[in-house]
Design a protein around this ligand. Sequence first.
Ligand code: ASP
Length: 311
Amino acid sequence: MQTLEPLIVILGTGGTIAGTAQSAADGVGYTAAQLRVEDLLAAVPTLAGRRLEAHQVAQVDSKDMDIATWQALAAAVRAQLDRPEVGGVVVTHGTDTLEETAYLLHRVLAPAKPVVLTAAMRPATALVPDGPQNLVDAVQVAATPGASGVVVAFAGRVHDAVQVRKAHSYRVDAFESTDGALIARVEEGAVRLLGRWPAGEALGLARIAAPAADWPRVDIVLNHAGADGRIVQALLAAGVDGIVAAGTGNGTLARPLEAALREAQAAGVCVLRSTRCDAGPVMELPGLLPSAGALSPVKARIELMLALLAN
Ligand code: ASP
């Protein structure tokens, strides 16, 4: 008896990969999130004949990603992974907040099957769109025996959800594993493993089940030359629950900003120190505000929200 290849489910959420422009020459003046995920698949002849299923979970420009969409996506991914016939899930997404969604899914689901996020820098109508190849690669990664965890397949490279960052605003290879090794490369349809598939402990969907209005408010404040504490005071007045300080270098903060953050901490606000550098950890040192480790400010924000949601 012939065994069926595992089913790969593609979940669409919008982004530039589903974007359209008036002209094929227009790579930036387009509208994201226009085409349905079924249309994206239909445009890739090399995927014809593969065992695929497509569902539209959302249709957003990922700059507008929100908590309700995260909840719907996490639940949809979980439901698909729970089907025994599903070998893996691909999520099409915008590039702008892709690393945030990847990190959230990693922390909430830490799946034993692969969940592969992919996207595009050019709209589907571009003369040479990058979405179709990224989609083919993502399906290939999701179908790779032994693959697991939340990863990002983009421009021929496979990144870990914890490491990946959008590192360029325009280049077609916009993502980097800024502080760690690549998991794999996809070359002519072959997945060449370079590292390890991500592992972790799932917090579970219940952790993110609270209605969006009840989620803790966590904001990011940047250190820079001349930074003072006024933003922090404004956030305190607005009822902030947590603040991630994107410090300079090894999480350093201008004196007035640090003083304001300590005041916020004394008032019950959870404060984490991260870095505005593209890579590297912030050392935990006695007497300093707590460190976010090697998490980027946006991922430290998600980590802090998840921690506060546990209370
Ligand atoms: N603004 C778009 C989005 O994040 C950008 C992209 O997908 O490249 O949805």
